[in-house]
Design a protein around this ligand. Structure first.
Ligand code: CS2
Length: 482
């Protein structure tokens, strides 16, 4: 039997949704596994605690499978929490509709102009915003230009948003909050910059200034991609098949800037922290969690380790990561008051070691061109401005430079899944394959490395040293000798 409203009576009572089918109040763009295990759960819990019409209309930009699965299941899906000593599964009922934007972009535009919709949340990954990773400025490429300048249905996320806002203005549907739930630095500010630029292009700046807010957020839960094992475990626990099942770690956190002009769910009653400035949390999390995750991913993938937890067992790696956190990351930031960066880093390492979470190193390694700046390069930049040489953060960059060459220490191919893959390959092919040649070729990618970093001779020396060690001795011996 398949999961659906009709089959819910066969699901164990403790796993059933905590709310009845809600009326829509939120549009969510990007129906990722992470979203389903994070904002969808917080929103269900908020409605269970305090009511409100905050059902989520799920909009997938271009993934027919998830829209099909959720439609077949009346919007229901399950989240399995995987602890080191056992798991629990619950069905989430906060979805109030599902749309495939690629098939029906006008339906999305119409929805954004509906006065019942008061909040838009987004998990479209770093690259979905079309921002230059080094500067945060909007990249007006041909596709986005066509969304802005022609009457065709929008194909990009920024195009959908601005078209929806223009329709909302015409419909006089009232104010709205656009909430990025992606790991972008100062995500609220970046979305604000993006929307303001588009609003100027469309001549709607005044309305957008008065009616649209872009609250910043820090989002956190480790949610690996769904596999056949995820689906099997959900089916065994629920007694029905769930094609939209996800799994994640027990830890979950959400810090949200409280700037919602038309109201919001009582997320605070579901464990989220509402604040006037989430940025200290964002910086802490991006550099100390995501930066360390990327470090393990590049070193682990090159060393031939499949998962993050398996990579963490590489002799010497945990010690290197502790030095990265203590010597480079902690001095690069001011943590939220009452939080100690080194203690936070220890907690992160414990979370990464959870053996029940099978997060593949190559999944975290993807999109490095987008991830490196906020996760690692901002740490390096800050330390260089303070006159220090952040050796361990430089090792992470060298490991990325080693990874993008596409072959592991054991000679196996490594996937380069990155929006800049062609440029990265072209630069590598144009120069010598020596450590010096590779470092120079990649530092020349100006959408990743700011001029300050690209022209930093002292940093270059450390990168060449690390890359030489990785090339000559491999990851295992480099870590052992570090
Ligand atoms: C990960 C993140 O895939 C990745 O790049 O670093 O998805 C990470 O698991 C989450 O941000 C944790 O909150």
């Amino acid at each position: 039997m398949e999961l659906s409203r009709a089959s819910l009576s066969s699901v164990p009572a403790a796993s059933r949704p905590r709310i009845a089918a809600p009326a829509p109040g939120i549009v969510h763009l990007g129906v990722s596994a992470f979203h389903r295990a994070h904002q969808a759960v917080f929103t269900e819990d908020a409605m269970a605690a305090a009511g409100g019409d905050w059902g989520i209309v799920h909009v997938a930009p271009r993934s027919p499978q998830i829209v099909g699965a959720m439609r077949d299941q009346d919007g229901l899906f399950s989240v399995t929490t995987l602890g080191p000593d056992g798991s629990s599964t619950r069905v989430i009922g906060s979805s109030a509709g599902q749309i495939l934007a690629a098939a029906d972009p006008d339906a999305v535009v119409k929805l954004l102009a509906d006065p019942a919709v008061k909040v838009v949340t987004l998990t479209v990954t770093e690259k979905g915003y079309r921002l230059d990773p080094a500067t945060g400025r909007l990249l007006l490429d041909d596709e986005l230009r066509a969304d802005l300048e022609t009457g065709r249905s929008p194909r990009t996320v920024p195009g959908l948003l601005i078209r929806g806002l223009c329709a909302r203005r015409r419909a006089d549907a009232g104010p709205i909050a656009l909430v990025s739930c992606d790991n972008l630095p100062a995500n609220g500010h970046r979305v604000r910059g993006l929307i303001d630029t588009l609003a100027v292009a469309k001549g709607v700046s005044e309305w957008v200034q008065e009616n649209v807010t872009c609250p910043g957020t820090m989002v956190d839960r480790i949610v690996p991609a769904t596999t056949a094992a995820t689906l099997d475990l959900a089916a065994r626990t629920l007694g029905v098949r769930d094609r939209a099942a996800v799994n994640g770690e027990p830890y979950s956190a959400w810090v949200i800037e409280d700037a919602f002009p038309a109201g919001r769910p009582a997320w605070d009653q579901a464990g989220a922290v509402l604040t006037d400035d989430p940025r200290p949390w964002e910086t802490l999390k991006l550099r100390s969690l995501n930066g360390v995750h990327s470090a393990i991913a590049y070193l682990g993938a090159v060393a031939g380790r499949e998962t993050i937890a398996a990579a963490l067992e590489l002799p010497g790696l945990a010690g290197v990561l502790r030095r990265l956190i203590t010597e480079d990351i902690a001095p690069s930031l001011v943590p939220p008051s009452g939080v100690d960066t080194v203690a936070y880093g220890e907690q992160v390492l414990t979370r990464f070691a959870n053996p029940a979470i099978e997060y593949r190193t190559v999944q975290v390694a993807m999109d490095g061109s987008q991830k490196l700046p906020p996760r690692v390069l901002h740490t390096i930049q800050q330390r260089r401005e303070a006159g220090a040489v952040p050796r361990w953060a430089a090792l992470v960059v060298a490991a990325w430079m080693r990874f993008v060459q596409g072959v592991s220490d054991e000679g196996r191919p490594l996937p380069l899944d990155d929006p800049l893959a062609d440029r990265i390959r072209a630069r590598l092919a144009a120069g010598p394959s020596t450590p010096d040649g590779v470092v120079d070729a990649l530092l020349g990618l100006d959408t990743i490395f700011s001029p300050d970093l690209a022209e930093d001779a002292e940093l270059r020396v450390v990168l060449v040293e690390w890359l030489t060690a990785l090339d000559k001795h491999g990851v295992a011996a480099t870590l052992a000798g570090a």
